[in-house]
Design a protein around this ligand. Structure first.
Ligand code: HEC
Length: 228
């Protein structure tokens, strides 16, 4: 009996000694209940509602002293954190300095006669493809203004045919402007068609006009016999 009790006492002493001698275990034993008490006192236990902001023990970069768009700022007289850019400011990449390319107009504001892009087969093919996507539903593949939309007789004003003298003699800049801003009942396509593609369509528009108004002299001489 006596021996057994002595053994138990020895084991308990040895265990408690080893625990006490282990510094990190001791610290953990102190911190754990402290954390529990702390979170209880702060009311931040799961499921317990609180009006206070959450406690961030390690906040890292969660809160950054910066302004977000449309936030308030006591620093500026108008209380707005967003500042109006100085007059004439142009956002990076938004400079439209080339008036011919971007607006189809010369320095005096008149429509340019000719397409500023180099007329290549590649440009025409691109224009044909884009025309097929954006314009044929109304203007049809040949530009007669009898596209599917109007064939269904939706009660809309039919599109203009491309093949009248007024449009044959009009500047390339005007056609570019119609694609960009629309005209009367036709809407503009600036949002859908990038600038370069608009000029490609202008080039193809001219090819379409030519195709419906060609003279025999337009055909290469060695092939005229086939057409006659
Ligand atoms: C949703 C139908 C629709 C689409 C798509 C459309 N148009 Fe039109 N377009 C019209 C209508 C309608 C008119 C006639 C507008 C009027 O006179 O009120 C017109 C007129 C025009 C004119 C004549 C402008 C003038 O000076 O009278 C041109 C050129 C033209 N469109 C080019 C295009 C090109 C190029 C595209 C493709 C990028 C295009 N349109 C796409 C409906 C359309």
């Amino acid at each position: 009996m006596t021996t057994m009790r002595t053994n138990k006492t020895n084991i308990r002493a040895a265990v408690s000694h080893s625990i006490r001698s282990n510094h990190s275990v001791r610290v953990a034993m102190l911190i754990a209940p402290a954390l529990v008490l702390f979170s209880l006192a702060a009311g931040c236990v799961r499921g317990v509602p609180s009006d206070k902001p959450p406690i961030h023990i390690v906040s890292n970069m969660d809160s950054q002293p910066k302004y977000k768009p449309r936030s308030l700022s006591p620093f500026f007289a108008d209380s707005s954190a967003m500042r109006t850019p100085a007059a004439g400011t142009i956002a990076r990449g938004s400079l439209r300095h080339d008036s011919v390319f971007y607006w189809g107009k010369d320095g005096d504001g008149n429509f340019v006669k000719n397409n500023p892009l180099l007329l290549t087969m590649e440009l025409l093919t691109r224009g044909q493809e884009r025309y097929g996507i954006y314009c044929t539903p109304c203007h049809d593949a040949a530009g007669n203004g009898k596209g599917a939309v109007f064939k269904r007789n939706a009660g809309l004003l039919p599109p203009t045919s491309y093949h009248d003298d007024r449009l044959r003699n009009i500047e390339d800049g005007h056609i570019y402007d119609v694609i960009t801003h629309g005209i009367r009942t036709m809407q503009g396509y600036a949002a859908q068609i990038p600038v370069e593609d608009r000029w490609a369509i202008v080039a193809y528009f001219r090819a379409l006009q030519r195709s419906q108004n060609a003279k025999l002299s337009d055909v290469p001489s060695d092939q005229r016999d086939k057409v006659k």
